[in-house]
Design a binder for this molecule. Structure first.
Ligand code: NI
Length: 259
């Protein structure tokens, strides 16, 4: 079995063929999908999908850094309200949260404050976190330094830093989320991932984004996590089934999924 630990298949990009995409996922061996939230506007569609099969879909609730602006307090209140948590089944993590300074650093301070709030919430309620980190590794580390030895754990989804950063992340007890970028020709990720213990790796798609080769440039979907597993299998010269088994066990351990 494979677990896609990061998919936005509840998003409107799948409104025309979501059930077909899910069928393809199951045919490709994807046994579970983690659905990370974006902001208050995505909760209803996330919940509507997650509720259809609570042995298949697992939910992360949180506020994505690109949805943070001057009005962030209202957004945080909505995402972290009791009624939001009540409406979402199977919550296994807080996510996706973090910082994104790639397009715009206008709300750098606000992003840091919102990230810190969500880390603190996750720590208090004993949830792992799903971290989105784009052009912001040092800022993320600054905010996270306050949580050192707090028992907080999670995954750096779509990990894109170097080996030294990977070591720091793993040293903190966090996992490295690996997706389509692993299959890209010019990517430096394979060198990093080859040196990281498999026990610290989770597989993901981030669908609809970042489709792996040979689907690069098209819409990504959970079935394509098998392409990432294949690439990892050849990179590590390890049996495909073993890669699926170990990475799925890692995901179950982090998100405390029993079966
Ligand atoms: Ni995402």
């Amino acid at each position: 079995m494979l677990i896609d630990t990061h998919s936005h298949i509840y998003s409107e990009e799948f409104d025309d063929d979501r059930s077909d995409a899910l069928k393809r996922a199951k045919e490709a061996g994807v046994g579970k999908i983690i659905l990370p939230n974006i902001d208050s506007s995505s909760i209803e569609r996330l919940s509507a999908l997650a509720i259809t099969d609570t042995n298949y879909f697992y939910v992360a609730n949180g506020l994505h850094p690109t949805s943070v602006n001057a009005d962030f307090k209202r957004e945080l209140d909505a995402v972290f309200s009791e009624s939001t948590f009540d409406s979402l089944p199977n919550i296994v993590a807080i996510g996706e949260i973090g910082m994104d300074l790639y397009w715009d650093d206008t709300y750098l301070k606000e992003q840091m404050e919102v990230f810190d709030y969500q880390l603190s919430y996750a720590k208090d309620k004993n949830f792992p976190v799903i971290i989105h980190c784009r052009n912001a590794f040092s800022n993320i580390m600054d905010v996270m330094s306050a949580y050192k030895d707090s028992g907080l754990t999670g995954v750096f989804h779509c990990f894109s830093e170097d080996y030294e950063a990977a070591n720091r992340v793993i040293g903190m007890g966090f996992y490295i989320g690996v997706g389509g970028v692993l299959t890209y020709k010019k990517s430096t990720l394979p060198e990093v991932v080859a040196k990281v213990p498999l026990a610290s790796i989770l597989l993901e798609t981030d669908s609809p984004y970042l489709a792996p080769v040979p689907h690069r440039g098209k819409r990504n979907e959970p079935a394509f996590v098998s392409c990432v597993a294949e690439k990892l299998s050849s990179l590590l010269e390890l049996d495909y089934g073993k890669v699926c088994e170990i990475t799925s066990e890692n995901a179950k351990k982090l998100f405390r999924i029993a079966q």
